[in-house]
Design a protein around this ligand. Structure first.
Ligand code: ADP
Length: 159
């Protein structure tokens, strides 16, 4: 189970999805619905973006969840939470979450993977900031995500 906001999907996320799919029989990319903040893209838009990037019929499935992650993991008969760590800055938060999730359900293990160093600086937050200012995001997000970002920010400017 690879949970996150994916708002939007980046090549960093895809790197982790591919590494996960090389190890596990099945990877469920789980989009967190109620992250407490207003997302740039709806859940449906994020599902479509991820599905377009990973293709259909493979080991990777895309789903949306809200509520407690460990409950969702159990409901889906999964046993591993996959997370990506970019830098030391990710570590503290990820460490806290992994231990809290273990306390909530000790049968579920969290596994961390490191992306290619080419993506270690990439975050959805930064992608949105650069996108809003019209910066070039090729090589950072897939072309269809870049197009969706441009369209979304164009809409925002004409509102
Ligand atoms: P972000 O932190 O970019 O908003 P998400 O909330 O969607 O991303 O994160 C989902 C998971 O993907 C988290 O474990 C996060 O650390 C990981 N992740 C995000 N971007 C990258 C990246 N560039 N490389 C590796 N892992 C990443």
């Amino acid at each position: 189970m690879y949970p996150g906001s994916f708002d939007p999907l980046t090549y960093g996320h895809l790197d982790i999805i591919q590494r996960g799919a090389a190890i596990f029989d099945k990877v469920i990319v789980a989009i967190l619905k109620n992250a407490g903040k207003e997302p740039l893209f709806s859940s449906a838009e994020r599902i479509a973006m991820i599905e377009e990037a990973v293709g259909a019929g493979g080991r990777v499935k895309v789903d949306v969840f809200d509520g407690l992650l460990v409950d969702y993991v159990e409901r889906m008969n999964a046993s591993v939470i996959l997370r990506g760590v970019r830098a030391v800055s990710d570590f503290e938060f990820e460490f806290q979450m992994a231990l809290m999730n273990r306390r909530l359900n000790s049968r579920i293990e969290t596994i961390f993977m490191m992306p290619s160093e080419a993506y270690s600086f990439v975050s959805s937050r930064l992608v949105k900031e650069v996108g809003a200012l019209g910066g070039n995001l090729s090589g950072v997000v897939p072309p269809h995500v870049e197009r969706s970002l441009s369209a979304r920010f164009r809409e925002a400017r004409t509102r």
